[in-house]
Design a protein around this ligand. Sequence first.
Ligand SMILES: C[S@@+](CC[C@H](N)C(=O)[O-])C[C@H]1O[C@@H](n2cnc3c(N)ncnc32)[C@H](O)[C@@H]1O
Length: 200
Amino acid sequence: MPSNKYWNDRYLNDDIGWDIGEISRPIKHWLDNYKKKNKKILIPGGGSGFEAGYAYEKGFKNTYYLDFSKVAVNKFKKTFPSFPETQIISKNFFSLSDFNGFFDIIIEQTFFCAIQPSMRLRYVNKIYDLLQKNGIVIGLLFNLEFKKDTPPFGGTKKDYKLIFEPKFNVIKMEKCINSIAPRAKNELWFCLNKKDKILL
Ligand SMILES: C[S@@+](CC[C@H](N)C(=O)[O-])C[C@H]1O[C@@H](n2cnc3c(N)ncnc32)[C@H](O)[C@@H]1O
């Protein structure tokens, strides 16, 4: 898995092609239309934090930002100084153990594609554990394969359904219609709902 140092160096070298410099348009649209402002939201691999900062400023006061890159965390704090310190989790996502069953919503924006495909099952198990009963995951996944051994790691709807379906109901997974221009036609908008009972 790309290490903490790998990500810190990418921020330090300003090699952050994934960073769109503002909130992702499809996620902004979703937040602008979602009314339940008291929900507990986690944005893992939050990076510069435009999604977390926007959500918080929009009134989602229970938004949590997570990233294990100190450089990203500091960048986020500088851009959004009023975001509560207690809602900034500077940890490895995979070792997050003290928030099990805590979140209602997890927002995915270029974090899943940052982790090695061999870790995807662990990602699915972790989001499952972090979510409350009936919790949801919304966001974006790449709808293409990059065929490289460094991030981003892409995939297809078929691949994603295969790994999510054992633990989540796939409510939506379809071509995103309001992607930013450089990602047009290459993203899937998805919504998952944590399954109540899992058949082992
Ligand atoms: C491709 S960047 C995306 C950042 C942000 N979501 C965006 O769209 O600008 C991936 C982010 O995930 C973070 N990251 C990668 N693996 C992580 C892990 N295991 N735990 C926590 N953060 C991680 C990196 O530090 C980086 O900020």
